[in-house]
Each structure stands twice: as C-alpha cells, then as structure tokens.
Design a protein around this ligand. Structure first.
Ligand SMILES: [Zn+2]
Length: 323
C-alpha cells in the first residue's frame, strides 16, 4: 500500500512545519468546532498524509490529556493503517484514480457507529485523484455527516477538486519546509546521505523521498546538470542526449533541470527586483532562464502524454544550445 512506507517515517518529534496546522486542529477541538470535512492543502511532499494520520490519532487516542500519545492501541493501529475506524483511500496500482466502488463502500460504512469511542475517519490521498463521480457521491456525506465522522482530503492541488467538494470543507494549510530543514529531517529519519542534492533533484518535499536512494538521485542530478552545461558550451549535441534521456528517468531529469534553473534565476536577481519589470526590460540572461523554465514546465506536462519524447526533449535542449 503506498501509504505504508510513509508511516515508517513518522517519528517523534513530529516535523516542525506541522506545528501551525496542529495548533489549528487543537484549537478547533478545544472549541468543539472541528469540521466534518477538512481539506489539507499541502506543498508537494510536505507530509499531508502524515498530518491526516496525526489528526486521526488526535481524535481517537485513548489518552485525551496528551493526545495523540502515539503509544495506545488506537494510535498504533492508525500509524499502521490497521484501525477499524480509519480508512485510507488511495489510487490502486493500475489506475490514476481513486475509484467509485471503494468510495461507495466507505460512505455506507460511515453511517455505522464507530467501533471505538472515537471518530470514524476517512483519508483521501491524494484527494485530487478522486474520480469525478466518486467525489460527487461524497457531497451528501459532507453536507449531512453522521455524528463523529471525519473526512480528510489531502492534496497539493486543491484547484483540481470539485468546487462543490472544496466549499464544503474547512481548509488546513501545510507549508513545506526549507530545503535545509527537509534535509535535516531526512537525515534524522533515514541516516546520512546527500539529501540536499536529492531534494534539489525532485524539487519536492521530504516525504516524496521516503523510499528514494539519495545517492542515486544526487548522481542523476549531477549528470543532468553537467550534460546541460556541456550542451550550452557546445561540447555535446542535443540529439544523442535526447535519445538517452527519453529512455532514462526523464521525469526526474526534468525536475532536476527545473529546480536548477529556478536556483539560477534566484541567484541572478531577487524575484522582487524582477516582478516590477516588464518582459522587455528584463536582462537577456534572465529572460532566457525564464523562457527555458517555462519550456521545461510545458515539457513536464507532455511527459504524461503519448508525445514523441525524444523529439520533445531534443527541441527543449536545442533551446538551451542556442541561448
Ligand atoms: Zn494514543
């Protein structure tokens, strides 16, 4: 199950960047105004699923004075995805969607009383993978929830949810950590490694790297950037490189390029200096970096379509070669 390995990363203390949303949840519980539907808007890889599990523990822990204790049977079952009152709905391996059948089953299950004394909790991860008619079928549950039920919808792209679903949930924002804080967290959880380079390779937060080999990612990043520099200086030609990249980790290579170009833009000038300038007034080098960054982003969207990847990558690399 995709969520299982992530739960292994949950360690005390919890990530510092969980503090604000955890405080909001505690305040809502103290005021007895916890919403029945909560949309957790996370930055990619910030740990929205873990925050959802924390909330499930918070409302089901047997030690109310120090909930979630992390040690009682309810807390441990939730951490292991084995709690009878918690359901985690995620994509099946062969699909990009959360399908309707398990959602229907869940809805009928939510009308039953919880096994324990706490809440019945359903986590949708990622909620933007809900098939539209599955999301539609959730509306009634969100409007007229049974007592002590909690729906947690985790997504980094809330705009991809149905507006009717969005408007029925309260929002909880989970802002991701700085790269340094993310690298420190991974080092504490997984041991030493080139985490900073690995994070720069994917451009995502630490929870996206839980199952990754940081050395392999750092190596891929270094190879990608030095290849791009060789193309820029005319030592390498785009066609051969495009053929190799199209077959080998293209999406991570595109992430590497995007985060590298973003870092160069930030290095060259602060964003504040640039935003008040019109396109025509931008210095040529910055213009080129922005254009290349847009082209990479377009290419990343195409990477999931049946487009001829070798040709598309070659066109992208020629842009860099002709800078
Ligand atoms: Zn507990």
């Amino acid at each position: 199950m995709p969520g299982t390995s992530q739960s292994l990363l949950v360690s005390k203390p919890l990530p510092a960047w969980f503090d604000t949303p955890m405080r909001e949840v505690n305040a809502a519980i103290a005021a007895d105004r916890l919403a029945h539907g909560i949309l957790i808007h996370e930055d990619p890889g910030a740990g929205g699923l873990e925050l959802a599990r924390w909330i499930a523990q918070r409302v089901n822990c047997r030690e109310p004075s120090r909930a979630p204790c992390g040690e009682c049977q309810d807390c441990r079952w939730i951490a292991a995805n084995q709690h009878p009152d918690m359901t985690l709905l995620t994509r099946e391996e062969d699909s990009q969607y959360i399908k309707i059948e398990p959602v229907r089953e869940l809805i009928s299950d939510l009308t039953l009383t919880a096994h324990g004394r706490g809440y019945k909790v359903a986590i949708f991860w990622p909620a933007d993978a809900l098939y539209p008619n599955a999301a539609q079928s959730l509306l009634k549950t969100l409007e007229e929830p049974s007592k002590r039920t909690l729906l947690l919808l985790v997504t980094s792209q809330p705009s991809r949810l149905l507006p009717t679903v969005r408007s029925r949930c309260s929002r909880l924002r989970l802002v991701g950590p700085t790269r340094k804080a993310a690298a420190d967290y991974l080092e504490a959880a997984r041991g030493a490694g080139p985490w900073s380079e690995a994070l720069a390779a994917t451009g995502a937060g630490p929870f996206a790297l839980v199952d990754s080999d940081p050395a392999a990612l750092a190596q891929l990043r270094s190879d990608t950037i030095s290849t791009l520099q060789d193309i820029g200086s005319g030592n390498l030609q785009p066609p051969g490189v495009a053929e190799r990249w199209a077959k080998d980790e293209l999406s991570i290579r595109l992430s590497c390029l995007e985060s590298w170009v973003t870092d160069r833009i930030l290095e060259t000038t602060s964003i504040r200096d640039v935003t008040h300038l019109s396109g025509a007034a931008l210095p040529p080098k910055i213009c080129h970096l922005f254009e290349f960054s847009d082209a990479i982003r377009d290419m990343r969207k195409l990477a999931h379509t049946p487009v001829n990847k070798t040709m598309a990558v070659e066109a992208l690399l020629w842009r860099w070669a002709r800078q």
